[in-house]
Design a protein around this ligand. Structure first.
Ligand SMILES: [Zn+2]
Length: 188
């Protein structure tokens, strides 16, 4: 399909227009959520989130991926990924060997992920259509068709700034700062 024809379709096909707008919204909102995640959440939770997202796009939950690649995706050093992956492996949530990762326990890996995974999953789910009102229900004033409010309600979770004196400070799901994680901290 040529660009001109596609543009023409967008003008005359509201369903297509809505889907294209929704895809653009999901892509932008996901990018914003991940950017916020990368500066605020602990590496182990971010790794769990990233592996779950990879698992959603691979069936079964097994995919070839190197720790170098994961480190690039998460914007951290490889050593940090090695430590975080080893911790998840010790808890029997994943198995990692020779560039291949398998999710062993998705439920517990979800529990180990930061809340960003749930937020992004919610974005990717198609919007529910409103249920039809019964015929004898009182008529409501007609509204414009529901559009997608770009940039108006990006579902980014509140992020607390890291404290300067404690590079390992993290935030919980409500955005409040958590205390130093001690020797088990994997933030890099
Ligand atoms: Zn996160």
């Amino acid at each position: 399909m040529t660009l001109a024809r596609f543009r023409g379709e967008l003008k005359t096909n509201p369903s297509l227009r809505r889907e294209v707008d929704r895809c653009a919204y999901v892509a932008m909102a996901t990018a914003v959520q991940i950017a916020a995640c990368n500066v605020a959440h602990l590496l182990q939770a971010r790794l769990a989130r990233w592996l779950l997202m990879m698992g959603d796009r691979n069936s079964p939950d097994e995919f070839p991926v190197t720790q170098d690649f994961i480190a690039q995706m998460l914007g951290v050093r490889r050593e940090g990924v090695t430590q975080a992956a080893a911790a998840l492996q010790r808890r029997k949530l994943i198995r990692y060997s020779r560039g291949s990762t398998t999710i062993l326990n998705r439920v517990r890996l979800r529990a180990s992920s930061c809340r960003c995974y749930k937020v992004i999953r919610g974005l990717e789910r198609p919007a529910r259509r409103p249920t039809r009102a019964p015929r004898d229900a009182p008529r409501r004033p007609r509204r414009d068709p529901p559009g997608i409010p770009l940039f108006s309600c990006l579902p980014v979770q509140p992020i607390a700034r890291k404290r300067k004196d404690d590079p390992c400070s993290a935030v919980d799901e409500s955005g409040l700062a958590l205390p130093h994680q001690g020797s088990s901290c994997t933030l890099s």
